[in-house]
Ligand binder design. Structure first.
Ligand code: FAD
Ligand code: DHB
Length: 394
């Protein structure tokens, strides 16, 4: 039972139980800082939500450091390269060689979320699921509030700081006055159809394919589960993509003799680049998709959310130790990495997708760039070090 409105208080109020909100709660717990996480969806829903799958080395290192690495290290698939496929040929980008042994781990976002929830449960601090009518107030005071309804009753959570971790459609970002922020945005004229299939991957490493019919990506979740993405219309209806059409299109675009299996999940994601500056207002701090969106081609969304939260948790630790310089610099610190990832994601997207109504000129540029990346160590290193992540260097 949730106590009465006036009774609820904590140090950090966290809106949203995605990877950003849950990891922040976990890191704060490690620093002895209390928090309450409020989430509109049910636990079952957030545990089943299939999204990203590529963890940068820095993300993996942080999860291990904070005690969340056990299952990831057992079940995650460590990769040391990817393949770029275009003009009917594959070209391997060798991360280990180009980035001093760094790599990535393929481990589903929903598995990270499950591990985070298990840790929250063990700490006796699960999020409050299925809250509604969430709003934030008094952001410019030193005692801001999160208001919400639960089980039909209204509640108010008073705190020192609010972390807006409520994703791209949340309430925190729109609560900042328009005049206090600048937004930067780019929409792409296509989306991704994401597919999960019960079949062993037909490749050992991820394949990113540029094809005249559109982009395709072969990824995976385990030795028995394959994950695929196909460029599609931004508003495509997954029902227009029956299984036979999906397999045929994947075979053509990937130029691969694919094994087929039952498709157990299908969904369309539109593609967008978006950044709000600054990522803070008064005592509200935005993290993850609430502050920025990248098109998924560079696999950066989840990793950026983790990186924001690492910075925010450290700043809050210092804040409670009496220094607020870290909180003051939060947005500037995060935005350096955010813009690097924005550029990389835009670049990968531009290089690999078919642009409707595109002209021969752009296509020639794409192919020239791909050939340069495949053939030049300097160009391949640029891709490799951005893909595995720039770690603490940015
Ligand atoms: P989210 O995971 O979105 O979490 C936000 C949470 O806040 C959610 O649980 C939501 O239910 C909750 N919430 C929303 N509004 C409220 C509210 N008012 N009050 C309380 N709670 C609220 N990235 C990749 O790198 N590769 C991919 O293939 C990929 N695929 C994606 C597919 C989809 C459909 C989407 C939406 C994103 C995808 N991403 C992908 C991006 C990646 O998943 C996100 O960057 C990552 O989830 C960001 O984590 P987050 O915690 O910031 O936000
Ligand atoms: C996956 C998602 C991505 O956005 C990407 O670039 C690579 C892999 C995945 O879900 O496995």
């Amino acid at each position: 039972m949730i106590p009465n409105m006036s009774d609820m208080q904590t140090q950090v109020g966290i809106v949203g139980a995605g990877p950003a909100g849950l990891l922040l709660a976990h890191l704060l717990h490690g620093h002895g800082i209390a928090s309450v996480v409020l989430e509109t969806r049910s636990r079952a829903h957030i545990e089943r939500r299939i999204r990203a799958g590529v963890l940068e080395q820095g993300t993996v290192d942080l999860l291990i450091e904070c005690g969340l690495g056990e299952r990831m290290q057992r079940e995650g698939l460590v990769h040391h390269g990817i393949e770029l496929r275009f003009s009917g040929r594959g070209h391997r980008i060798d991360f280990s060689e180009l980035t001093d042994g760094r790599g990535i781990t393929v481990y589903g976002q929903q598995e990270v979320v499950k591990d985070l929830l298990a840790a929250r449960e063990a700490a006796g601090a699960l999020p409050r699921f299925e809250v509604a009518d969430v709003s934030v107030a008094d952001l410019e005071s030193d005692r801001p509030a999160v208001r919400f309804t639960y089980d039909g009753a209204e509640h108010e959570l008073r705190c020192d700081v609010i972390a807006g971790c409520d994703g791209s459609h949340g309430v925190c970002r729109p609560s900042i006055p328009d005049a206090a922020v600048t937004t930067y945005e780019r929409e792409y004229p296509f989306g991704w159809l994401g597919i999960l299939a019960e079949v062993a991957p037909s490749t050992e490493e991820l394949i990113y394919a540029r094809h005249e019919r559109g982009f395709a990506l072969h990824s995976m979740r385990s030795p028995e589960l394959s994950r695929f993405y196909l460029q599609c219309e931004p508003d495509a209806d997954p029902d227009d993509w029956p299984d036979a059409r999906i397999w045929e299109e994947l075979r053509i675009r990937l130029a691969l003799d694919l094994d087929e299996g039952p498709i157990i999940e299908k969904g369309v994601t539109p593609m967008r680049s978006y950044v709000v500056e600054p990522m803070q207002h008064g005592r509200l701090f935005l993290a993850g998709d609430a502050a920025h969106i990248v098109p998924p081609t560079g696999a950066k969304g989840l990793n950026l959310a983790v990186a924001d939260v690492r910075v925010l948790a450290a700043a809050l630790r210092d804040f409670y130790a009496g220094t607020d310089a870290g909180l003051g610099a939060y947005s500037d610190t995060c935005l350096r990495r955010v813009w690097r990832a924005e550029h990389f994601s835009w670049w990968m997207t531009s290089m690999l997708h078919r642009f409707p109504g595109g002209h021969g000129f752009e296509e020639k540029l794409q192919l020239s760039q791909l050939e340069y990346v495949a053939g030049s160590r300097a160009a391949a290193t640029t891709l490799a070090e951005n893909y595995v992540g720039l770690g603490q260097r940015i």
